[in-house]
Design a protein around this ligand. Structure first.
Ligand SMILES: NC(=O)c1ccc[n+]([C@@H]2O[C@H](COP(=O)([O-])OP(=O)(O)OC[C@H]3O[C@@H](n4cnc5c(N)ncnc54)[C@H](OP(=O)(O)O)[C@@H]3O)[C@@H](O)[C@H]2O)c1
Length: 408
């Protein structure tokens, strides 16, 4: 029943992240991607196709009655990236067919197969990939019902298991610690560094309503971007030693390999204020010197503690995988039944057309002469009876087939 479903995928499970990008469809804009995928679909006779690319997974989910030989797989990926060797493709590509393909799809959607188990972002990415491919006319009934099933199953996994509970991101754990300090929403927050990590911190600060933020960074544009997000201010990195406006919370995260905030700088930022300050250092290695913490009164949120909490939380989530998989099994078995129904529905699709043709032939050809001599009322009654029969006859095979399937 599920034979036509196929997945070709490269993921973090088997492939280092640096190689995953070699299997993506290179494109400069959506239009080029659409053209390249359409060509792939035509070249390899694929009926329906969904293409998903994330930073730790590339997945081609398709429907075709063809068997996928290793030469098919090799040509498929060489069409995408001509420089890939057959050995490299063989080493990294996983093939899932039939029930294993739908099983894999459901696991990906429910984040059971994710690098960070329970991260819901993958479901959004998968739905987005589906909607895009559907918009381009690459999908049909087969992938639609598979996606519907996967989304419903994933939502139930998120709702009924604890797979997504307990944060595993150091940044979100740091912000949780920050919230525990009851820092007022108008607290003066001084942020040093404007890379990816602090940008994520900024998103959380915005979410929780902090807006009195000043950002220092070497590259002013990046500091400005964060400042704009928070209605704050961006200042040049070199002005840090002369900053005199004080702070209640210091958040430091840069790629510097030695401490940027030493006793002297901290003392000058503090001025005459000797109140306790919240200090967060997410940098590896730390950017706030140990001396600062030992000398001043701080509520210090340190990355090391957060990392071990993140690991503990991740192992908690991994234990939930068993529960998630049992739920998925139920959904997969429902899905298989549904695909049987759909297959029969598709096969029975012709019945109404043929029954109608029989009625029309009977009325207009076989019994034409006999009908012509009937009076008007009798003819109308006969037509109504024939229409009634047509409707009923159309429904019977569908009903019987469904009953037979349920009792299997
Ligand atoms: N534990 C974790 O889970 C975790 C997660 C992510 C990151 N981190 C740590 O966080 C730090 C930053 O990571 P990221 O992902 O945000 O990096 P990123 O996106 O590359 O940004 C690096 C930031 O550091 C600044 N920077 C780099 N070297 C500097 C220097 N010598 N002096 C002053 N500023 C400097 C950069 O300034 P410009 O914009 O001017 O280049 C930029 O703002 C790293 O230490 C990383 O190990 C830890």
């Amino acid at each position: 029943m599920l034979d036509g479903y196929k997945i070709l995928t490269i993921s973090h499970r088997k492939t280092p992240l640096r190689h995953i990008g070699q299997f993506v469809v290179n494109h400069t804009d959506d239009q080029e991607l659409q053209l390249r995928l359409a060509s792939l679909k035509n070249t390899f006779g694929i009926e329906e196709l969904i293409y998903l690319a994330t930073c730790n997974r590339v997945l081609y989910f398709f429907y075709t009655e063809k068997n996928l030989s290793s030469s098919f797989i090799s040509s498929f990926f060489k069409n995408i990236q001509p420089e890939l060797s057959s050995e490299f493709i063989n080493e990294h590509v996983n093939l899932f067919e039939g029930a294993s393909a739908t099983d894999h799809l459901f696991k990906v959607a429910a984040s059971v197969d994710s690098l960070v188990v329970g991260e819901r972002e993958i479901l959004r990415q998968l739905r987005e990939a589906y909607n895009r491919c559907m918009g381009w006319g690459f999908t049909g009934d087969h992938l639609r019902i598979a996606m519907d099933g996967a989304v419903v199953a994933a939502k139930e996994v998120y709702a009924k298991t604890r797979l997504g509970e307990k944060s595993v991101s150091v940044v979100s754990l740091a912000v949780k610690e920050l919230l525990k300090t009851n820092l007022p929403k108008n607290a003066r927050i001084l942020m040093i560094g404007a890379g990816q990590t602090n940008s994520l911190v900024a998103k959380f600060l915005k979410k929780y309503g902090f807006s009195n933020v000043v950002v220092f960074n070497r590259t002013p544009e990046k500091a400005q971007k964060i400042a704009d997000m928070l209605d704050g201010r961006a200042l040049p990195f070199e002005d840090l030693p002369s900053y005199q406006e004080g702070f209640d919370c210091l958040i430091v995260c840069t790629g510097a390999t030695k401490a940027l905030v030493d006793k002297k700088l901290y003392s000058s930022l503090l001025g005459s204020d000797d109140a306790r300050k919240v200090v967060i250092d997410l940098s590896v290695p730390n950017n706030i010197s140990r001396e600062v913490i030992e000398t001043f009164d701080t509520h210090y949120i340190l990355i090391e503690g957060l990392k071990s909490l993140a690991r503990k939380n991740l192992s908690f989530r991994e234990k939930e995988v068993t529960n998630a998989c049992s739920l998925l099994e139920q959904h997969l078995s429902d899905f298989e039944l549904k695909t049987r129904h759909r297959r029969i529905e598709r096969a029975l699709h012709q019945i109404p057309i043929e029954v109608k043709a029989v009625r029309e032939k009977a009325m207009n050809d076989v019994f034409k002469k006999e009908i012509e001599i009937l009076d008007n009322d009798t003819r109308i009654l006969l037509e109504r009876m024939m229409l009634y029969m047509e409707k009923k006859c159309t429904g019977i095979p569908m009903k019987v087939a469904k009953q037979a399937l349920v009792s299997v």
